[in-house]
Design a protein around this ligand. Sequence first.
Ligand SMILES: *[C@@H]1O[C@H](CO)[C@@H](O)[C@H](O)[C@H]1NC(C)=O
Length: 241
Amino acid sequence: MLSSLFTISFLAALGSVAAVGPAAVNLRTAGNYAILAKTGVSTVPPSVITGSVAVSPIAAAALTGFSLTLDSTGEFSTSGQVVGKLFAASYAVPTPATLTVAIGDLGTAFTDATGRVNPNFSNLASGAIGGLILAPGLYKWTTGVSIGSDVTIAGGATDTWIFQVSGTLTIAAAKKMVLTGGALASNIVWVVTGAVTASAGSHLEGVILGKTSITLQTGTTANSRLLSQTFVALQKATVTN
Ligand SMILES: *[C@@H]1O[C@H](CO)[C@@H](O)[C@H](O)[C@H]1NC(C)=O
């Protein structure tokens, strides 16, 4: 009895300092970008993006709606909608090679995140996770996931979450991902095989590793990196990484 009480209090003490959840997904150089995509990034102005934006292997023509100003070096451009730089595979050396590495790193991170096994939660709530409070851990859905009301991600500043979604990820209009307990967006990964759609006025938290498109409809805000193997479409959205 005494020893089990000791064990419980010891574990409780440990829990207050030790990180809970899966090992972090290493984004490598893909983590240098707020938005990284292979086939394009579009914006319906005015969007507000804090961090760098890049496309590769496609050329700068696939950065649409930004009213780009090419820097005199030819290595990047700027936009009134981006607090940071925009890069494309068609820009001057060393940008193309740098982006090739970043896109490779994106693929590696996607493979890592989708490959994690022994989930703590499988097909939780059949993918309808609005209203739930999500503790740290590895979550796996063999279907899409929809967020129809606010969802809470609760844990400490060193805790981690990986959400594996084999299908689409959709958050309804004006609904939010809410962080509590000190949880950090940088410790949250959504790895999604289908399209990601954030409906108008919604709010996202966490790194999104998308096999296909990521669309942020009008007025969406995101404390996120949007890393897509196809395109990212923004409509008057705010992205802060
Ligand atoms: C999640 O599952 C892993 C592997 O089975 C386990 O080691 C870990 O303790 C679990 N985490 C939680 C928060 O339940």
